[in-house]
Design a protein around this ligand. Structure first.
Ligand SMILES: Nc1nc2c(ncn2[C@@H]2O[C@H](COP(=O)(O)OP(=O)(O)O)[C@@H](O)[C@H]2O)c(=O)[nH]1
Ligand SMILES: [Mg+2]
Ligand SMILES: [Zn+2]
Length: 289
């Protein structure tokens, strides 16, 4: 439930147990993450030791959380207006990490965000128009995340703190972009925690868009990118060329689908931009190895 300076707070049947990790984790280059399922041994003094980390469904570098069921991304058509490209960078990262995605269109009292709604309803991801201020749509979102491990992300000012408070009224969840740096100099430690907001729903760290993901994430290769847009799946293998990159090749089924509006042009546009980015990364990697 919590990681802080080499101490891991584990929720067990017997309650919360403060644990250290066995030395061999360090030797194996493994660190327990918040969200991990672990086996522990309890010491006579009540403290514990993490003996084993059970296989992970997924893991993120930032937020440093494992076994996330849903990344809940907040978007808004009112200020600050969300750039869908920034959101698409993150949906792709979630697909790569095998993590579910929910899209919340917040500030619907100011602007219903019809365009964002059309873009993301076309992806198949769950889309929730809400207003964290009026409470509209909040109970539907609460039901969708019941019993799940979730992390929220979105631009600064999009309403993450307000929405988390609306989901868990009176719980005073510390939502101020929860990753804090404690200490100075060489021994800078990050504090990460999961909060139980009831009904088995656990809320993890809440990074802004800008700090989502980090250098520890596995790079995404250009040729795998199309597979990370779930709504592109019906067109897989239907292009004229087997090695189609879905950019300018003749007979590209995916580009044709985008031109016909079967794939949202905003998502196809993000694909093209991300492809360029991923290609640069790949060239750089080849040059340095
Ligand atoms: N009108 C309106 N304002 C909102 C809504 N959600 C958040 N806000 C306001 O937007 C500002 C930023 O919200 P905050 O929760 O701090 O955003 P965060 O930076 O993502 O945590 C605050 O002034 C909130 O009151 C909403 O649904 N409707
Ligand atoms: Mg906040
Ligand atoms: Zn193609």
């Amino acid at each position: 439930m919590r990681a802080l300076s080499g101490f891991y707070t584990v929720r067990a049947d017997a309650g919360f147990i403060e644990c250290r990790a066995r030395g061999r984790f360090r030797r194996d280059g493994l660190t327990p993450l918040v969200g991990d399922r672990v086996r522990i041994t309890q010491n006579p003094d009540g403290s514990g030791a993490v003996d084993e980390i059970l296989p992970r469904k997924n893991a993120f570098g930032r937020p440093a959380v494992a076994n996330v069921d849903y990344l809940v991304m907040l978007l808004s058509a009112a200020l600050p207006v969300t750039d869908p490209y920034l959101a698409d960078r993150i949906t792709v990262r979630c697909e790569k990490n095998r993590c579910g995605v929910l899209l919340v269109i917040n500030k619907c009292d100011l602007d219903p965000g019809e365009t964002l709604r059309r873009i993301y309803e076309s992806t198949g991801y769950g889309v929730f128009p809400v207003s964290a201020v009026t409470g509209e749509g909040v109970s539907e979102l609460r039901a969708a995340i019941e019993g799940k491990v979730c992390c929220f992300t979105g631009n600064s000012g999009v309403g993450k703190s307000t929405l988390i408070n609306a989901l868990a009224p009176g719980m005073a969840i510390p939502t101020g972009e929860v990753s804090q740096k404690l200490g100075r100099g060489r021994h800078t430690t990050r504090h990460v925690e999961l909060f139980d907001i009831g009904s088995g729903t656990l809320l993890g760290d809440t990074p802004g868009f800008a700090s989502f993901g980090d250098e520890t994430e596995i790079p995404i290769l250009p040729e795998e990118l199309a597979g990370l847009f779930p709504e592109f799946a019906p067109y897989a293998g239907r292009c004229r060329f087997d090695d189609c990159t879905h950019r300018a090749e003749p007979g590209c089924a995916l580009r044709a689908a985008a031109e016909q509006g079967l794939i949202h042009p905003s998502r196809y546009g993000s694909y093209l931009r991300l492809y360029e980015e991923a290609s640069k990364l790949k060239r750089w990697e080849i040059e340095t190895t």
